[in-house]
Write a protein that binds this ligand. Structure first.
Ligand SMILES: C[S@@+](CC[C@H](N)C(=O)[O-])C[C@H]1O[C@@H](n2cnc3c(N)ncnc32)[C@H](O)[C@@H]1O
Length: 264
């Protein structure tokens, strides 16, 4: 049995399947680390036309996905694949904004997710009240359907399942793992369009490279996402704390040069 399973309820299972069966996640499915299946909600209707939506009560434009086909599809998934650690999530612009911390929590606390993709104006509130544990948004904007958000959640969780990536360092050293953005990355050639790869990265001195990258991460986070930077979370060695002080100084100088209001 896969270590982590995700069932996606959608009106467009092919789109979801194509994406989730490719590349790293596709190989992880073949090797049995994860299972991701998309289910056609229309297959759970009881009318000939396979209609899944109807006019909204109270008037207004568009259509609302009806509770019953959603419920039948959800019930089938729970009976077939449900575990004591299952969680049902509706992807919705009204949900809490998704982030890396949420992905880590979903991996830690559950082993099976049911992701519900809305379409049109959304889905009948009674299905949400009866079956959904939480609502997650991809951000403060509106998409036509929940498929892209569902794939984003599935991808972010699945790449942290043991075995999917070669080692935990592959995701632990990336942006948002420890409240920092990642440092700049370079590949060959060493010189391209007159732009050189920083000398330190070619020095072969691992400790120097580590410190350079850490400093770049700190300065980049302070410049781009001061809202996520927490100095008090910085639990480094004495040497790393010195580096933090240098990075803060560098950031203040850069901000002054660029005429930004005085950084705190
Ligand atoms: C056009 S949207 C419906 C928007 C809804 N009428 C509203 O104003 O909140 C259709 C579906 O796309 C999905 N969706 C759209 N934007 C999203 C977002 N930012 N995050 C997650 N899901 C989203 C949801 O599943 C939603 O039910």
């Amino acid at each position: 049995m896969a270590l982590y399973s995700i069932d996606i309820m959608t009106l467009f299972p092919e789109t979801v399947g194509d994406m989730m069966n490719e590349s790293i996640l596709g190989r992880a499915q073949e090797r049995g680390f994860i299972r991701v299946d998309a289910h056609q909600i229309r297959d759970f209707t009881t009318n000939k036309q396979k209609q899944v939506d109807d006019y909204p009560y109270g008037g207004g434009r568009g259509a609302v996905m009806q509770a019953d086909p959603l419920y039948r599809c959800w019930q089938y998934i729970q009976e077939q694949y449900g575990t004591p650690r299952s969680r049902t999530i509706f992807l919705s612009p009204c949900g809490a904004t998704f982030n890396q911390e949420k992905a880590r929590q979903l991996l830690r606390d559950y082993d099976h997710l049911t992701l519900v993709c809305g379409h049109y104006e959304g889905i009948d509130q009674r299905f949400i009240d009866e079956c959904v544990d939480e609502e997650i948004s991809l951000g403060d904007f509106v998409l036509t359907g929940g498929e892209i958000p569902a794939m984003a959640v599935a991808d972010a969780v699945c790449r942290m399942v043991p075995g999917v990536l070669p080692e935990p360092a592959c995701y632990e050293e990336e942006s948002h793992w420890n409240g920092l953005l990642e440092y700049p990355q370079y590949s060959r050639p060493a010189s391209w369009h007159g732009r050189e790869v920083p000398e330190v990265l070619r020095s072969g001195d691992h400790e120097k490279v580590r410190r350079w990258r850490l400093k770049q991460s700190i300065v980049r986070t302070l410049q781009r996402r001061p809202d996520i930077f927490r100095e008090e979370n910085f639990q480094g060695s004495k040497q790393d704390r010195k580096l933090l002080a240098e990075a803060l100084e560098e950031w203040r100088n850069l901000s002054r040069e660029q005429g930004d209001p005085k950084p705190e």
